[in-house]
Design a protein around this ligand. Structure first.
Ligand SMILES: Nc1ncnc2c1ncn2[C@@H]1O[C@H](COP(=O)(O)OP(=O)(O)OP(=O)(O)O)[C@@H](O)[C@H]1O
Ligand SMILES: [Mg+2]
Length: 302
């Protein structure tokens, strides 16, 4: 069973944070102890999903060696409130937030420029992972990172057992994703970690209205792959999805990574004013079902 899972991408906005925190909540609902860390230190956003502002941040641990107890916030109550079966065993969900204040971000950026501070910060980071696993008995440590080749993202990839390279379809810079996969991921997988492509925001669920002309209803499956349907509008939907899946082979070949999941774009999530944990608030939503499938893959749960 992998202990540490990192979400990364070449470009921003591919759904790393959304999938990381929903996966963390899903694994906790399944009974696992999970620690989720916001390592997107340049643009932290986990606090938005949990609607929480902690007193201490990961930054305080890295700089001041603050106690881990003060940094990791126990969010298990958010799970128990929404769990449908109250008798089911739920794992503990701990979250470490990153400070979004600009001074703190500058401080972190500045400190990595001196070799000594750099090594010290890295040691504390590696220790953080170890402590969460041994002292806090985390079955999983999930890391949300910044897009591209950034210092804390590379550190996160280095300490993770499983790397998810998240990308969205129609991305103009697939070339950049392929290059990054070849330049960087190979060096981690050489030392035993496993990396996978995770496609997100795939079209095929939310269909432009014009595609639906002549079709009264669409038949959507919960697996994320639209169910076969004869009507004209839906035929286009299926073709769009299949074209994209066809391109996946190209991506897998080019990156030498298998595709672990292809998650459709759900407009009802995309256009919400506020971020929320779909697996908790709408457990029957197809996105929640997709996340459940992802959580139960053998690459995550052995
Ligand atoms: N499958 C999906 N369907 C619909 N909306 C989604 C889906 N996945 C993510 N989103 C939405 O897309 C937006 C970007 O997602 P998110 O913030 O998770 O991306 P990110 O990769 O973490 O971005 P960044 O690189 O800026 O940190 C969010 O508003 C999120 O709610
Ligand atoms: Mg993010």
């Amino acid at each position: 069973m992998p202990r540490c899972i990192a979400f990364h991408s070449y470009k921003g906005g591919t759904g790393k944070t959304t999938i990381a925190c929903n996966l963390a909540a899903m694994l906790s609902l399944k009974g696992y102890n999970v620690s989720l860390l916001d390592l997107d230190v340049y643009a932290p956003s986990l606090h938005a999903y949990f609607d929480y502002s902690p007193k201490k941040w990961i930054n305080d641990l890295l700089f001041e060696n603050s106690d881990l107890n003060e940094i990791m916030v126990d969010m298990t109550s958010t799970l128990t409130r929404s769990a449908s079966d109250k008798t089911k065993k739920i794992g503990r969900l701990l979250v470490g937030f990153s400070n979004p204040q600009k001074d703190e971000i500058y401080k972190l950026e500045g400190s990595i420029k001196t070799a000594n501070a750099n090594i010290q910060l890295l040691r504390r980071f590696v220790q953080l992972r170890e402590d969460l696993i041994s002292d806090y008995e985390s079955d999983y440590v999930i890391l949300d990172t910044s897009p591209g080749i950034r210092y804390w993202s590379i550190n996160s990839l280095a300490v993770a057992d499983v790397l998810f390279l998240t990308l969205k379809f129609g991305d103009l810079d697939i070339e950049g994703t392929i290059k990054m996969a070849n330049d960087i991921y190979g060096s981690f997988t050489k030392f035993g970690s496993k990396s996978f492509l995770l496609l997100n925001l795939v079209s095929g669920y939310c269909i432009p209205r014009t595609y639906l002309l002549g079709s009264q209803s669409t038949n959507k499956s919960t697996s994320g792959v639209p169910a076969a349907e004869e009507k004209e509008g839906t035929t286009i939907e299926i073709q769009t999805f299949q074209n994209e899946l066809g391109s996946n082979t190209f991506l897998s070949d080019q990156t030498k990574m298998d595709l672990i999941s292809a998650i459709p774009c759900y407009c009802d999530i995309q256009f919400q004013k506020k971020e929320f944990l779909t697996v908790l608030q709408h457990p029957d939503h197809p996105f929640a079902k997709q996340l459940e499938q992802l959580a139960m893959t053998r690459q995550i749960v052995v």
